[in-house]
Design a protein around this ligand. Structure first.
Ligand code: TLP
Length: 345
């Protein structure tokens, strides 16, 4: 890449191997179900996550949208985190396009929704109220440190869902980061979920795409929902070819990104101008803040860092997010820390 871009792992460029595979991909019409590379990706993704079937979608947002459209009807309710990507950053799509009512529950500092709050959010059978159909979790929890949710926690939420006849969806945009941080098998981690979306185009480096997995019957409904939102693609094998490499080769190296995030966090913790909670740095994200007395805003500092070819994201006037990924090496962390040391008053 041409810059040290820590704004997100979405900025990753495809690897040379991906570009080669894309150029050579076998293709067909995927709306007819005839693209062999898309089919191979969907099958590999389902196998890897321990589900029956997969559906290649254009983005994480589309994956969550079609999953929730497939689980819920108009007026039905989904229980989800008040800081969940689906609640905050997906343009209200489930309500705008599906008439689905979100019921937010406060996300805690450890990334979880308290089990008793989930239970309390489930509606009784009452004609005045929406019908609860679905619980949605996010793993890793993007806006709360990028924290991984454990298998034990996910299983406990799954039990609540089953006991009430609800489905469980996981926005697993970074589920392989979670499995890596927890040292567990990804299929085990999501065993309690009826559906999972994961992104190929974040830390896994593919240029485009996510995969939604679930039962055959659920994926058939999701395929129809994907068509409704205009997500039926044709010779999408060109994209799926990169996705297959993402799934097969890039999921095994995420510990390097986590080590670089820790390196950055420790470097920042040593600087008097910044606050960073090292316990919250468990995957590839570092959230940090300027101490109140430092006479510069986050926006000004981020602008200054661009002169050093370093890009970070501002969350607000005082707070930053930095995300590590394939194109960030230990020397880039040193470059970033040196630029921050030089530019922060
Ligand atoms: N997250 C992006 C931004 O949209 C905030 C980022 O830079 O982190 N679920 C989670 C947990 C996500 O973090 C994201 C993207 C999505 C879903 C949506 O994925 P895309 O961007 O592919 O629609």
């Amino acid at each position: 890449m041409d810059r040290v871009d820590l704004r997100s792992d979405t900025v990753t460029w495809p690897t040379p191997e991906m570009r080669q595979a894309m150029a050579e991909a076998a293709v067909g019409d995927d709306v007819f179900g005839e693209d062999p590379t898309v089919n191979a990706l969907q099958e590999a993704a389902a196998r890897r996550l321990g589900k029956e079937a997969g559906l290649f979608v254009a983005s994480g947002t589309m994956g969550n949208l079609v999953a929730i459209l497939a689980h819920c009807g108009r007026g039905d309710e989904v229980i989800l985190g008040d800081k969940a990507h689906t609640f905050v950053y997906e343009a209200g799509g489930i309500a705008a396009l599906g008439g689905i009512h979100p019921h937010p529950v406060p996300v805690q500092r450890d990334g979880t929704l308290p089990l008793e709050m989930i239970r309390a959010a489930i509606r009784p059978d009452n004609i005045h109220m929406p019908v609860t159909r679905l619980i949605a979790l996010e793993n890793t929890q993007g806006t709360v440190g990028g924290l991984p949710l454990t298998k034990e926690y996910t299983d406990a939420v799954g039990e609540i869902a089953r006991a009430h006849g609800l489905a469980l969806h996981i926005d697993g945009a970074r589920i392989f980061n979670a499995a890596t941080a927890l040292g567990c098998d990804v299929a085990d981690l999501v065993a309690a979920a009826d559906s999972v979306t994961f992104c190929l185009s974040k830390g896994l480096c593919a240029p485009v795409g996510s995969v939604l997995v679930g039962s055959h019957e659920f994926i058939a409904r999701a395929r129809r929902a994907r068509k409704i939102v205009g997500g039926g693609m044709r010779q999408a094998g060109i994209l799926a070819a990169a996705g297959l490499i993402a799934l097969e080769k890039m999921t095994g190296r995420l510990a390097e990104d986590h080590a670089n995030a820790r390196r950055l966090a420790e470097g920042l913790a040593a600087l008097p101008q910044f606050e960073v909670d090292l316990a919250q740095v468990q995957t590839n994200m570092v959230f940090f803040s300027l101490r109140p007395e430092v006479p510069i805003t986050a926006y000004e500092l981020a602008e200054r860092l661009k002169r050093h070819n370093v890009w970070i994201m501002c969350m607000d006037e005082r707070r930053f997010r930095a995300v590590t990924h394939y194109w960030i090496r230990p020397e880039h962390i040193e470059q970033t820390l040196a630029a921050i040391r030089q530019e922060t008053p």
